[in-house]
Design a protein around this ligand. Structure first.
Ligand code: G6P
Ligand code: MG
Length: 219
């Protein structure tokens, strides 16, 4: 396989925003009067804002009108935006920037593929924006991973075939989205959780574009 482009998930791959999402959802759960734990928060990783709210309400056994749901989702986002104010270039996970620079040396295109509507803001705050040729975020897509929409659009914007793209993901639904797009997927995290990924690395330190060797054709 000749790799022409790498597509990156944001949260959990390039930056650790899960704790900021957690704190914001927890604040809402506290307000609604139920306990929301970090274990519960695992279910929200890679899930869109409104779907996350649905899961949160299911955990709290709470029913709300659509209007209330929209209001609470906006409230959560305001708290989240306050939380990520403090992000700086130091919040980029170790080894990411070096790896992105190496992809440039190899003339491999780069794209972001995230469900977050705040993705661009986070890339700006962390100084990652110049590393990306294109950005697909939650404002451009409507179908959540494992639907491949986010990665299909990324490949189309870059002008490359899906089969020459590699996706980097930390969530199971993201790995499935990559495969549903006919792309290879590198899992960033634990091999027990990301067993469907074609390759798994604990993070970017020590990872080089040379290490992206895949056998067989994309699933
Ligand atoms: C990513 C995160 C999710 C988050 C989603 C939407 O996929 O992993 O935890 O809910 O983006 O983020 P947003 O910033 O649009 O609320
Ligand atoms: Mg993620």
């Amino acid at each position: 396989m000749i790799i022409k482009a790498c597509l990156f998930d944001l949260d959990g791959v390039l930056v650790d925003t899960a704790r900021f999402h957690f704190l914001a959802w927890k604040q809402l759960a506290d307000k609604l009067g139920f306990i929301f734990t970090e274990t519960d928060n695992e279910r929200l990783k890679g899930v869109s804002r409104m779907n996350s709210l649905e899961i949160l309400l299911e955990i709290g056994n709470i029913t709300l009108s659509d209007e209330e749901k929209n209001r609470y989702a906006s409230e959560k986002n305001l708290v989240y935006l306050e939380n990520i104010e403090q992000m700086t270039p130091d919040d980029v996970l170790p080894g990411c920037r070096k790896f992105l620079n190496e992809l440039r040396e190899y003339k491999i295109l780069t794209g972001l593929g995230s469900a977050s509507k705040n993705a661009r803001l986070i890339l700006e705050r962390t100084n990652l924006l110049p590393h990306f040729d294109i950005i697909v975020d939650g404002n451009l897509i409507s179908l959540a991973k494992p639907n491949p929409e986010v990665f299909n659009l990324g490949a189309r914007m870059l002008g490359v075939e899906n089969s020459s793209c590699v996706v980097f993901e930390d969530a199971v639904a993201g790995v499935q989205a990559a495969h549903n797009a006919g792309m290879k997927c590198v899992g960033i995290g634990s091999p027990e959780i990301l067993k469907e990924a074609d390759l798994v690395f604990p993070g970017f330190p020590g990872l080089r574009p040379d290490n992206l060797v895949f056998t067989g054709s994309p699933e």
